[in-house]
Design a protein around this ligand. Structure first.
Ligand SMILES: Cc1cc2nc3c(=O)[nH]c(=O)nc-3n(C[C@H](O)[C@H](O)[C@H](O)COP(=O)(O)O)c2cc1C
Length: 282
């Protein structure tokens, strides 16, 4: 394998990185940082908004379980201008209980739970493999709402992951091949090289031959077998190191901002196969 850890890509690289390398853009960025160095510390005291858009939640709102209300809130958030209402903050933890969070996109919600997709060998993937539990928070701030869900979180079957993989834009599929998510990258140029290699590999010319780059694609977490069986001309195969997860909620909390910070909180909790609904103090 040609790759040291330094050689590996970080994050999901986009193929259009001209702006990162462009002289004018990097000059603007440097100027922005220079200005920031002279700013006063942020005035957190002045950052205060009032809440109170909504009527109080009612027990009847949850008569049908957590899913109908969740779906209604998600749709309303989108209608009222929340950008990417399916973005959620995913919390995972190490076996020692050290938590970490990051934003991912919810790509499905039904009675079984909440689905998202990622690189399974990433930092979050390692933590999920070790603990089997996760939390997610949908922060719909502009409509003064959030929903938390917590529970066991396990990989989807390869078939389910593949079904979603096939709907992804080709560029995102290539990026998943190019990036060993969460590993260090030596430089932007290194990322560009990794993306270009992956793009070249799946350029549709049918070439799936050997060589140093091929070893990287079939290395740890890669999918040598899938590559060989793929039709390079039209489909980008799904890397073994990529897939979906299902978070099966055992606790769901609905939160709405209230006047004077006297917020509205309602918790649904699963115990012995039964859901109970409890109002919580703000
Ligand atoms: C709005 C938004 C959506 C994102 N969606 C995803 C996603 O669906 N899957 C993913 O792997 N990373 C997504 N990311 C990037 C993650 O936040 C994170 O940087 C990445 O998954 C690596 O996390 P990890 O090192 O903790 O594993 C998204 C970031 C943002 C800001």
């Amino acid at each position: 394998m040609e790759d040291s850890v330094q050689d590996q890509a970080l994050g999901s690289a986009s193929h259009d990185h001209a702006a990162h390398l462009d002289g004018a853009a990097s000059h603007d960025h440097a100027a922005q940082l220079e200005r920031a160095a002279h700013l006063e510390p942020a005035d957190f005291d002045a950052m205060r908004v009032g809440y109170g858009l909504h009527e109080r939640l009612d027990g009847a709102d949850l008569a049908g379980g957590w899913l109908p209300l969740f779906t209604a809130w998600l749709e309303e958030a989108g209608r009222r201008g929340v950008r990417e209402p399916n973005a959620m903050v995913l919390g995972t933890a190490t076996p020692e209980g050290r938590p970490s969070t990051r934003t991912v996109l919810c790509k499905g919600a039904d009675e079984r739970g909440i689905r998202f997709f990622t690189t399974t060998t990433s930092r979050k993937g390692s933590q999920l493999a070790a603990s089997g539990f996760a939390s997610v928070t949908f922060p719909w701030l502009t409509v003064e709402r959030q929903v938390h869900l917590e529970g066991p979180c396990h990989p989807l079957s390869r078939e389910e992951s593949l079904a979603y993989w096939r709907t992804r834009p080709r560029g995102s599929q290539v990026a998943a091949w190019a990036s060993e998510q969460s590993r260090p990258a030596a430089s932007v140029a290194e990322l560009e090289r990794l993306y270009a290699e992956a793009a070249e590999r799946f350029s549709g010319d049918g070439v799936l031959g050997g060589g140093a780059a091929d070893e990287r694609f079939s290395g740890d977490g890669g999918v040598g077998a899938s590559v060989v069986s793929a039709s390079a001309a039209d489909e980008v195969p799904m890397p073994d190191r990529w897939g979906g997860y299902l978070l099966t909620p055992e606790r769901v909390e609905f939160w709405q901002g209230g006047r004077d910070r006297f917020h509205d909180r309602v918790e649904c909790r699963l115990s012995d196969g039964e859901w109970s609904v409890t109002r919580l103090q703000p």
